[in-house]
Design a protein around this ligand. Sequence first.
Ligand code: CO
Length: 198
Amino acid sequence: MTESINFIENYQLEGELLPILTYPNPILKQVASDVTEFNQELEKTVMNMIYTMYKAPGIGLAAPQVGISKRFFVMDIGYDREEITLADGSTDFELTNLKPMVIVNPKFINKDGETTYEEGCLSVPGIYETVVRAETVRVEYQNLSGENCAVDAEGLLSICLQHENDHLDGVVFIERLSQLKQTFLKKKFLKQQKKNKL
Ligand code: CO
């Protein structure tokens, strides 16, 4: 078993932008099924998800968020993003230090301690709230080739792994909050979405 996080080596920022589903899309509520085939289609989807995550921008994106109810997600918690001015005066973002990782069929073997972090989610844009999660985790998973790997994580990596894994179980981060807060935030979010559509 590989005892580390599997980064995609020599990653080039290219791909297709996938539409990101937002709460309360029913696919976000489903429990996703295991990945059983490690083929070119999976690889292509993963590459497009990584591209979509960087462009959003976000630090994690799970397959159900792009309409695929399968157990895998992509993450990068440490890249740099800098606004640059192009020759024609318009602005763009330059992304550097990209180290995308792919987690397939994760299983949480151990969870310890408690930590809090102000989380957000590409499927609940504009909402940020402090969530309580385990401080350290051990996760066994498969990489893009289907090889068995494991990682012991703490800090933001641990939090992100838990947030993304929740998506595979049909849970968005606001559902980790008190019932009162959930009701308030769901109303606030749906009102905001309605306003954006006008
Ligand atoms: Co999310």
